[in-house]
Design a protein around this ligand. Structure first.
Ligand SMILES: Cc1cc2nc3c(=O)[nH]c(=O)nc-3n(C[C@H](O)[C@H](O)[C@H](O)COP(=O)(O)OP(=O)(O)OC[C@H]3O[C@@H](n4cnc5c(N)ncnc54)[C@H](O)[C@@H]3O)c2cc1C
Length: 294
């Protein structure tokens, strides 16, 4: 039965109070942000925390700061729908706002938070791949202070991440997009419905001054490994070259060769490999064309 077990409930009024509770209660407690992953896990008896620390209403943990020339900061409890509809973010980081728009349904997006999407650390999550491709850094806070790490180093595997006892995810820092660059996101699910992705990907391309030669590529794949997978092969294939149809095909093959998907209820490993090839071909080309116009 989907009845929740008994637990103690705290609703701190400040970030510091939340950090004190997290420190004092340790592994007995679970943070609740939007609850769209946590409550389901509790209802399904996958976890039975003794204590819930509800940070969903903490204004100190919500908001988007996006200034011209200065990148952006997104606080952990910012709702996914605020990211989806942020005009400032969509101008600079369309890959992220598009990914946000693809997460679940309207009802989910008004509750779910950006921090929760990373902290749940599902390999199929929508936002870690674009965040990583955009060069985002994650800031973790505790009573002892803050520490910062690259998005791709934060997630270690399915429901595993770098959070230590006493820490919460505080915010994401996104660098200002480089000149002549663009990032694009894509995903494939089995149905055109509220479906968890069978694979997703973000590709960021930066061009040289001539707006044709590729300077840098960062391609991040989701749902094909235990954590977001940053391609090594695609950047070394494309850097220093002008994109051709042949290179696009090879980029697809290179991404496929790195992907290590599993077969599960959502897709077979073979199908996921095909999808990765198709996404890489499409997104590299789209990001390259967009970077020319940037
Ligand atoms: C119907 C449905 C459809 C969905 N579809 C998608 C989808 O298409 N794509 C997708 O990616 N996800 C999807 N999800 C999953 C979910 O909505 C997202 O992962 C969401 O972003 C989780 O955020 P939350 O705020 O609800 O997290 P919560 O459920 O509150 O928390 C999730 C986990 O993160 C921890 N946590 C949360 N915030 C912090 C913090 N600041 N610091 C430390 N720990 C923290 C919690 O303790 C918990 O372990 C779906 C969920 C539902 C119910």
């Amino acid at each position: 039965m989907n009845i929740l077990h008994e637990f103690e409930y705290f609703k701190p009024k400040s970030k510091n109070e939340a950090l004190q509770l997290v420190k004092d209660l340790g592994s007995k407690a679970k943070i609740l942000a939007g609850g769209t992953d946590l409550v389901i896990m509790m209802k399904e008896k996958m976890i039975k925390p003794d204590v819930i620390i509800d940070i969903s209403d903490l204004e100190e943990l919500k908001g988007i700061k996006c200034e011209k020339g200065k990148g952006a900061e997104i606080l952990a409890c910012t709702k996914i729908d605020e990211i989806e509809f942020s005009t400032e973010l969509s101008k600079k980081y369309p890959a992220l706002t598009y990914a946000a728009s693809q997460l679940g349904s309207n009802q989910v997006r008004v509750m779910a938070t950006l921090g929760g999407n990373s902290c749940h650390s599902s390999p199929a999550a929508e936002t870690p791949a674009p965040l990583a491709a955009l060069g985002a850094r994650v800031v973790l806070a505790s009573l002892e202070g803050e520490r910062e790490l690259a998005m791709e180093d934060f997630i270690h595997g399915n429901r595993k991440n770098d959070l230590k006892e006493g820490e919460i995810l505080y915010k994401f820092i996104l660098p200002e997009p480089a000149k002549n660059s663009a990032c694009r996101y894509g995903h494939i699910g089995l149905r055109n419905a509220m479906e968890i992705d069978c694979a997703n990907m973000a590709a960021a391309v930066e061009l040289e001054e001539d707006k044709e030669t590729i300077k840098n590529v960062k391609l991040v794949m989701g749902s094909v490994a235990i954590k977001p997978l940053v391609s090594q092969a695609v950047p070394s294939l494309l850097a220093g070259k002008k994109l051709t149809d042949d290179l696009v095909t090879k980029a697809g093959e290179a991404a496929q060769s790195e992907a290590k998907p599993i077969s599960d209820v959502r897709a077979s490993a073979e199908y996921r490999k095909d999808v990765i090839g198709a996404l890489a071909r499409r997104l590299v080309k789209e990001a390259y064309e967009a970077a020319k116009e940037a």
